[in-house]
Design a protein around this ligand. Sequence first.
Ligand code: SF4
Length: 229
Amino acid sequence: MLCINAGDRSARNEQFLHIANRHPCFSTETGVSHGRIHLPVSPACNIRCRFCNRQFNATEYRPGVSAELLKPQDAVALVRRALELCPEITVAGIAGPGDTLATSHALEAFQLIHREFPELINCLSTNGLLLERYADDIAAAGVRTLTVTVNAVDPSVLKNICAYIVVDGIKYEGIEGAEILIAAQKRGIRKAVSLGLLVKINAVLIPEVNGWHIAEIARTVRELGVGIL
Ligand code: SF4
């Protein structure tokens, strides 16, 4: 059980307000006055969500679809150009199209962006499988806001959403993979919170599969120190 004292809580509130004033995902007003750019640089994934349908094409507009894949160097050039056209941009985000930590591309892109534009908020989304391993590198690359997708905290539920995971070249299926992923997410979230990152959880609600389980996800991530789901 995580105990948060009044000092910690007030520091967290201050941190949240500081970010919310510049990050469109954290405040409705900021969504009108500030902008963000999403950079598709991560080509591969290390887990297999059963609903995932990643594609490259220029005609579909939905999560998981990118018109093209950017190299890290191209991503920083795109940010440079975007800021010339739209100086209101305060956030550079990488959410895929695969997992951002399954390859080194996202961290390389953020390192380059942070070096050239240290005032930008770098924002990363991940499935959390490798979060604990890379949390220090993530923080060092100027990532201030982190989203972890947690679709279940019970392996018997998660195995129906995630078919398998791959860690260091070894594939784990079904309940075994689900147990490893949940444990890795918990360790990673705890570490990211301890490093001072503002962590938000996304959960994909699939009514018949995890619809009744969302409150349990909320309780679990709250105990890990996260306040936004
Ligand atoms: S983590 Fe994201 S990219 Fe990977 S399989 Fe799941 S939905 Fe698709």
